[in-house]
Design a protein around this ligand. Structure first.
Ligand code: APR
Length: 235
């Protein structure tokens, strides 16, 4: 991509596609999670109000499958970039797994929350959590049985937008990796970047809903094209 040499500040958006080769289901590609479950029934604020037990059991199952997965070369390449990049770098992930961190990245924001923490709706504590939720365990901080997954449900406000938008405004390059561009506000970041004159690059297995907004789209499995791009950036 032309002019990569004068890039200082980078914002990277990642989606389920970066974790696909680690064995974690995507949502909308063939065989994805939303082909098996209706997100309105198991992943929305309305479903949580209507049938909390069913939603909590779904997340217990999700955590059990995501739990022991390993980072793949794409996560590890971003970990290297994070460690060696001299300018600003922010990885905004839509994923609730912790594979970016296991791959060595530190400058990570989980805009849809994460499996590793619980959220107590009584005292607002967010304890590290490896247990289940459907059995309504007591909050370690206040003892109330009001723990829920610290995951942003459909209909709820994503986290960290107050840090994400300023980072996009200050960026020279916006990179989107492994996301279908189907869910807002994440899907709109590329447009915001482009309207601000930020260069935009998409790394994906197949073109996404927003591919036309990108200056460049590279297609291939993340475990191959992400390390390739990181090598270009680190010279
Ligand atoms: N390498 C790179 N990209 C891949 C790979 C791979 N090996 N496998 C799949 N992909 C791409 C697909 O082409 C698709 O563009 O990953 C994307 C997966 O899209 P989705 O399943 O829609 O996942 P995502 O974009 O992260 O969904 C966004 O929707 O359901 C909500 O909260 C959930 O965070 C999620 C959000």
């Amino acid at each position: 991509m032309a002019g990569m040499r004068d890039v200082r500040n980078i914002v990277i958006l990642t989606g389920a596609g970066i974790s696909a080769e680690s064995g974690i289901d995507t949502f909308r590609t063939a065989g994805g999670l939303w082909e098996k479950y209706d997100p309105a029934e198991v992943a929305s604020a309305e479903a949580f109000a209507r049938d909390p037990g069913r939603l909590l059991s779904f997340y217990d199952m999700r955590r059990a499958t995501v739990g022991e997965k390993e980072p793949n070369p794409a996560h590890e390449a971003l970990g290297r970039l994070d460690a060696e990049w001299k300018g600003e770098l922010l990885i905004v992930t839509q994923n609730v797994d912790n594979l970016h961190e296991l791959g060595g990245a530190n400058r990570v924001l989980h805009m849809h929350g994460q499996h590793r923490t619980a959220w107590c709706t009584s005292c607002d504590a967010r304890p590290h959590w490896t247990g289940t939720f459907a059995d309504r365990p007591p909050c370690p901080a206040c003892g109330m049985r009001s723990l829920r997954p610290d995951v942003v449900l459909f209909g709820e406000m994503p986290y960290h937008l107050d840090r994400i938008y300023p980072a996009i405004r200050a960026a020279d390059l916006f990179v989107s990796i492994g996301t279908s561009g189907a869910v807002y506000p994440a899907a709109g970041f590329v447009r915001d970047a482009r309207e601000l004159g930020v260069r935009t690059l998409e790394l994906n297995l197949e073109p996404s809903d927003g591919s036309h907004w990108f200056d460049e789209t590279r297609l291939g499995p993340a475990s191959e094209i992400v390390p390739q791009w990181v090598k270009e950036m680190l010279g």
